[in-house]
Ligand binder design. Structure first.
Ligand code: B1M
Length: 212
């Protein structure tokens, strides 16, 4: 079994310690951190997701797999993010109200920090007003909302409306993402940018902050 397959398998089994060790081993062998992320950690998480959908595994198994995912991400973080980079802009990031999924959001954060952005992470289950308050307080250029549920993605429209009501809509770029979100949905709610993955979200946020 290849190292990446082993990482994926251990992640599915929720064996955080093994995942951590193997991610470190892969890094020590000079493997590209993005390959480790995509073909090891995210591969395992997506297999767990498929099994979850088919009722082959349940919430506890998914949670321990998520814990193993974090253990691996922690080891990868320094390799994915450049340290000591001067901030090129500020992003307020959170998972919308009613939604507790944070793995994708945390990846977005990691990638954004790696691009030299300062990220104000509001966590999960974030009400629209909190996004707005934080954007005003920190003078952020971007509000970035993540949602993983079809029932919570509609909260993104409330963030857009709250920005209008607070009079900051033309000062802030609203970016949306997460598995059920699409470009059409983004347009339909009046948000500015949809990006399908963490790396392109970070690239776009950096572009916005640099006024390119
Ligand atoms: Co949840 N869950 N979950 N879950 N869960 C999904 C999302 C689901 C698709 C599973 C399924 O049925 N196949 C399904 C949603 C169905 C739907 O709405 N269409 C689902 C469900 C139903 C639920 C519950 C309702 C289950 C229940 O209790 N009956 C419940 C809801 C709780 C709540 O939020 N209120 C629930 C709970 C949970 C756990 C707590 C057990 C756990 C979350 C743990 C955690 O996050 N700390 C969990 C997990 C782990 C999943 C799956 C298996 C994996 C999600 C994940 O982390 N993927 C998921 C199935 C799946 O997605 N295949 C599932 C890896 C992550 C890196 O991907 O977050 O998509 P993702 O991020 C991607 C992109 O989307 C993008 O970048 C990342 C990749 O680079 N991205 C952005 C994300 N945010 C972005 C923002 C951007 C741009 C890009 O710009 C701002």
């Amino acid at each position: 079994m290849s190292l990446l397959n082993e990482i994926s398998t251990f992640l599915q089994q929720g064996r955080a310690k093994n995942v951590k060790e193997l991610v470190q081993k892969a890094l020590d062998e000079g493997m590209d951190p993005k390959t480790i992320l995509n073909e090891g950690l995210l591969d395992g998480m997506s297999i767990i997701g498929e099994k979850f959908k088919n009722n082959e595994v349940y919430v506890p198994e998914v949670l321990i797999a998520a814990r193993a995912m974090y253990a691996g991400m922690e080891v990868l973080k320094p390799a994915l993010t450049e340290t000591g980079v001067e901030s090129i802009g500020k992003v307020v990031l959170g998972t919308v109200r009613g939604d507790l999924h944070d793995i994708g959001k945390n990846l977005v954060k990691m990638m954004m920090e790696g691009r030299g952005l300062e990220v104000i992470d509001l966590g999960i289950d974030v009400p629209p007003e909190k996004f707005i308050e934080a954007a005003k307080e920190h003078n952020a250029q971007v509000i970035a909302c993540s949602a993983l549920l079809t029932t919570t993605m509609t909260e993104m429209q409330n963030v857009v409306e709250a920005a209008k009501e607070a009079g900051i809509r033309d000062q802030v770029t609203i970016m949306v993402g997460g598995a059920p979100v699409t470009d059409n949905f983004c347009k339909s709610i009046g948000a500015d940018i949809y990006k399908p993955d963490a790396a392109s979200a970070a690239e776009e946020a950096a572009r916005v902050c640099q006024g390119a």
